[in-house]
Design a protein around this ligand. Structure first.
Ligand SMILES: [Zn+2]
Length: 304
């Protein structure tokens, strides 16, 4: 008799093999087993396969908050953002579903939402099918908001998200001190996502740096940081010590947005700590981003 666990292992093995460079025919039985075991622990086994149960009656429109991590986990930031987005859903009478189950990204369940939040989601959290379902949903008119860790360098397995949505690659943040006050500059005062925000302000955060601002492509930069207002260095760990991007605030973007097909994408590098979601300017920014991503507001320059 075949045990259910061996069926699962075989399935996982087949999935793992299909994603591997060597073809199954080129592997002996022992190789196949070891590849399956390695990949099962690193890849397929950590991609969810059973979608979550979502209650039948959910207030519409609804937001889906996703906080799965397979790389760095921001426990405080995730908790702060979970609370914040729940408050935003209540204020707007929106339905809310929070999950770490990547199998929620299937066409049937995505169709029940107007907005997806990547709450510090890190690492290879989704299978290729789940990634494809989310991309298709965005391009058809969905709204996707990603905060802080969701824009770190752990998403390279997913080119559409990593290159086309985020764009610039994360290279590090200051480590000593990790949190610094810096001057932020409003670079899109006419865009509705910046409504009610001043032309510049001071804010404390773990400030991200990226490799190349030009990779942002046709995105609209909302906020840039003044690199002379804090110490953009990391002398504690990693290869990149000098975190300056140069080019003034425009050369070091902190928040930006773009269209993808008919859909709307917003990213903010702010949001490491629980307290970040109490900062009035950050609350305003994210609240505006929700309204823009769900099409309550628009700019004449938006092409989506
Ligand atoms: Zn962080």
């Amino acid at each position: 008799m075949i045990k259910p666990s061996s069926i699962a292992l075989t399935l996982i093995g087949l999935l793992a093999l299909s994603a591997c460079a060597p073809s199954p025919q080129s592997l002996g039985a022992a190789d196949a087993v070891s590849v399956a075991a390695t990949d099962a622990s690193n890849k397929a086994a950590d991609h969810d396969t059973r979608p979550p149960h979502i209650k039948e009656y959910m207030t519409q429109p609804a937001m889906l908050v996703f906080s799965k991590t397979r790389s760095f986990r921001h426990d405080e930031g995730i908790a702060g953002a979970d609370r914040f987005f729940a408050e935003m859903a209540t204020e707007r009478s929106m339905g809310l579903f929070t999950t770490v189950n990547g199998a929620v990204f299937n066409p049937e369940q995505l169709a029940r939402f107007s907005l997806v939040i990547f709450n510090n989601a890190t690492g290879d959290t989704l299978s290729p099918e789940q990634e494809g379902a989310l991309q298709q949903w965005v391009e058809a008119g969905g709204g996707l908001i990603a905060v802080h860790g969701s824009g770190d360098a752990s998403h390279t397995d997913w080119p559409w998200y990593d290159n086309d949505m985020i764009g610039p690659e994360f290279i590090g943040h200051p480590a000593a001190p990790q949190f610094q006050e810096a001057r932020l500059v409003n670079l899109s005062p006419d865009h509705p996502v910046m409504a009610g925000l001043p032309s510049e302000w001071q804010q404390t955060e773990e400030w991200y740096s990226f490799d190349d601002a030009s990779k942002i492509g046709d995105a609209r930069i909302l906020i840039g940081i003044d690199e002379d207002s804090y110490s953009p260095r990391n002398d504690v760990y990693g290869d990149v010590k000098d975190l300056r991007m140069g080019g003034g605030p425009k050369g070091h973007p902190i928040a930006w947005l773009r269209c993808s097909g008919k859909g709307r994408f917003f990213y903010s590098a702010i949001g490491h700590s629980f307290k970040a979601y109490d900062v009035p300017q950050n609350r305003k920014l994210l609240s505006n981003a929700i309204d823009w991503a769900t099409r309550k507001t628009s700019s004449p320059q938006d092409n989506c």
